[in-house]
Design a protein around this ligand. Structure first.
Ligand SMILES: Nc1ncnc2c1ncn2[C@@H]1O[C@H](COP(=O)(O)OP(=O)(O)OP(=O)(O)O)[C@@H](O)[C@H]1O
Ligand SMILES: [Mg+2]
Length: 246
């Protein structure tokens, strides 16, 4: 079983959109995939629950060890893809983790999934906190969407330094440009000199595209709603790059 995360301390950069599209493509390629929505906002749960919105389970049940993680799993409308829905109690995850010495709790929680699951995708809330340590420790690779702006680049540098301070391997962090809009001069400048501004990034750039925005309406991955779009192609290329790393 491999675990990947979409993480950034910055909000609204495309973590959830990437997590849902990549989890879908992974499941389509035959991997038994679970997407865990760690964000109390519950956006990826909303995408994957389809018409029947599900109620997640309280975090306390997992933390107290009373309920095995398997009981949190729900089927998505797609073959090979299940998910762990968010719950409002996840907003306390950081507070709860703050009391824990063990940086490998999340990793331990994921352990029992390994028998039947090939890929776990973590969709994380925007923060830089105890949860970050847990996510970085539990994930084989962390993918960081970066909008081509100075502010978003700055957030990436903060996460990179945080990982360094916590002695977490830089080689497991992979930034990639997200929501890139070539009509904007700054975006063009930062994307055209990607090697300098976003050193060691993935090659794929996720464009700012209305088909991704429309996932909010359709609730479905772009591979299903607009397979011939530039955005669907970008997510396919992103998935190929990720698969190479696994
Ligand atoms: N490539 C894209 N093109 C256009 N709109 C996008 C793209 N990616 C994401 N969006 C839109 O931007 C908003 C934020 O995207 P998303 O929820 O994926 O980001 P996030 O990083 O998970 O946000 P949060 O930090 O709140 O969890 C959403 O309305 C989404 O539809
Ligand atoms: Mg999100």
């Amino acid at each position: 079983m491999r675990t990947i995360a979409f993480y950034s301390l910055k909000g609204g950069v495309g973590k959830t959109s990437a997590a849902v599209n990549i989890a879908y493509l992974a499941s389509q390629s035959g991997l038994a995939t679970i997407l865990w929505d760690l964000d109390p906002q519950g956006a990826s749960s909303w995408y994957l629950a389809g018409a029947d919105q599900v109620k997640g389970r309280k975090l306390a049940a997992l933390m107290d060890g009373k309920t095995p993680i398997g009981k949190f799993i729900r089927p998505s409308p797609y073959p090979n893809l299940d998910f762990i829905p968010s719950h409002t109690s996840f907003r306390n995850l950081d507070v709860r983790l703050d009391k824990e010495e063990d940086a490998n709790l999340l990793k331990q929680w994921l352990g029992p999934l390994s028998e039947e699951t090939e890929l776990v995708v973590l969709d994380c809330p925007p923060s830089l906190s105890r949860l970050s340590e847990q996510v970085l420790a539990a994930s084989d690779h962390v993918f960081v969407p970066v909008v081509p702006t100075w502010l978003s680049l700055n957030s990436w540098h903060q996460l990179r330094d945080f990982a360094k301070d916590h002695k977490l391997k830089r080689s497991r962090l992979h930034p990639f440009y997200s929501l890139a809009d070539r009509r904007k001069a700054l975006h063009r400048e930062l994307v055209d000199d990607q090697e300098r501004h976003l050193k060691g990034s993935l090659k794929t750039i996720i464009p700012n595209a209305s088909v991704v925005e429309k996932m909010g309406e359709s609730g479905r991955p772009v591979e299903l709603t607009a397979p011939s779009s530039i955005a669907a192609d970008a997510y396919r290329r992103l998935w190929r790059e990720i698969r190479e790393l696994l």
